[in-house]
Design a binder for this molecule. Structure first.
Ligand code: SF4
Length: 405
């Protein structure tokens, strides 16, 4: 659990602009976003600077890719009334926070992030021996900390990035959270809660600090959350005071672990443009049907009469995403006994995929026809994001004594 619950309710997530999205993105990321947008205050952003960390040589595709990606978000049902959608480079405060955090981040922390070496190995065709690439996890930290996001939805491979963010936030708060007269200010803030609450706070703080009582910590946090009559700065002071540190300026986020997408590519590998095994959200339905009809099956089923094994067939993985238990039983039985043919088996999958794509494509058409609407949604989102970012960067500048007197 994080320290400031109003911020716990904030979620930040971004996607690099790679153009039109496919079913892998839909099942792996967007369906999750669709749920999150109703539960949390969400900030979803186009990570265009992140795209430059690996593809700085060809930035010309970024504007079109960004627009197409946003159209897909909207078409999938991301609601700009519920979530703030913005473009990273249009909130330049991200760059400032990244720079300021870079001053306190030991080089070793970045070199140790597992994706640093992994990606260099995997993306051999790219020159990733750049300062930008080494620093991209810190740019992510700046993205997250800017919104004081409590929750960051990530897959397993990104957990280390959230961990880095937590360490950077801790270090920042440790160095800059100790404002002059901290204890006096915290005591004054405590009094503003009223006598009874101040006494309760003291006893909970003592139980936590002297006996390590976690329950007391949780109760005290809830007590602070419930205080409507103290300022955010006072609340942050009291959170820090409670835990025995300084003022918490940048709260530590939590990784909200998302399940890996079960959606495979047409060949059974991960669905990815680089494997050429994708179905894009806006592919023509006739084309989608043709692609699915010709997708590979268990190679053992050469003739209709040959029994097969669904475990060796990518179509079965599609059934697991799209079909009911009843249909899955029918597939298992029919495949192993050669009771059904592969085309027959693919029918429910084709129907399922097309049914999923129809409403998305209808909405996409509407947004494609109204580029001004998409632009104004993004303009509004960028403004909203920037308002929050300005507040954070102001606090950070003050904490780091970067204000002219
Ligand atoms: S019957 Fe279905 S599961 Fe079996 S090999 Fe053919 S497509 Fe795959």
């Amino acid at each position: 659990m994080n320290s400031v619950s109003s911020q716990n309710a904030r979620v930040l997530s971004g996607m690099r602009p790679t153009g039109q999205l496919h079913l892998g993105h839909y099942h792996g990321v967007l369906k999750n976003w669709l749920e999150l947008q109703h539960e949390y205050e969400c900030f979803f952003f186009v990570a265009d600077w992140h795209a430059l960390t690996t593809h700085y040589e060809d930035p010309s595709i970024i504007p079109d890719s960004s627009r197409e990606m946003v159209i897909d978000w909207l078409a999938a049902g991301i609601n700009p009334g519920s979530a703030t959608l913005f473009v990273q480079s249009r909130v330049p405060e991200h760059a400032e926070l990244h720079l300021l955090l870079s001053m306190i981040t030991p080089l070793g922390w970045l070199e140790r992030v597992p994706t640093y070496k992994d990606q260099q190995e995997k993306l051999k065709e790219l020159d990733l021996s750049t300062y930008g690439f080494l620093g991209y996890p810190l740019l992510q930290s700046a993205d997250i900390l800017m919104y004081k996001a409590g929750q960051v939805p990530v897959g397993e491979d990104q957990v280390a990035h959230v961990e880095l963010t937590r360490e950077v936030a801790r270090r920042f708060n440790h160095i800059y959270g100790r404002e002059p007269g901290f204890e006096e200010k915290a005591e004054a803030a405590k009094k503003k809660m009223g006598k009874k609450n101040a006494k309760l706070f003291d006893s909970l703080k003592r139980r936590y600090q002297e006996q390590g009582d976690q329950e007391a910590l949780e109760v005290a946090r809830a007590l602070l959350d419930g205080q409507g009559n103290i300022t955010l700065a006072d609340r942050e002071r009291l959170f820090g005071y409670l835990e025995g540190g300084g003022r918490i300026i940048l709260p530590e986020p939590q990784a909200l672990l998302t399940q890996a997408s079960k959606m495979p590519g047409l060949d059974g590998q991960k669905m990815s443009k680089s494997y050429n095994n994708t179905i894009s959200l806006r592919d023509d339905p006739a084309e989608v049907e043709k692609t699915l009809r010709t997708m590979p099956t268990d190679p053992a089923r050469v003739r209709r009469t040959d029994p097969g094994d669904p475990e060796k067939c990518p179509v079965w993985q599609f059934h697991q995403v799209y079909s009911s238990d009843e249909v899955c039983d029918w597939v298992q039985e029919g495949c192993r006994s050669a009771g059904i043919g592969c085309l027959e088996c693919k029918r429910p999958v084709i129907d399922g995929v097309l049914a999923e794509l129809v409403p998305i494509q209808e909405r996409a058409k509407e947004y494609e026809a109204q580029p001004d609407l998409v632009r104004s949604i993004m303009n509004e989102g960028c403004e909203r994001a920037r308002d929050v970012a300005r507040e954070t960067i102001d606090e950070v500048r003050h904490a780091m004594s970067l204000v002219m007197v």
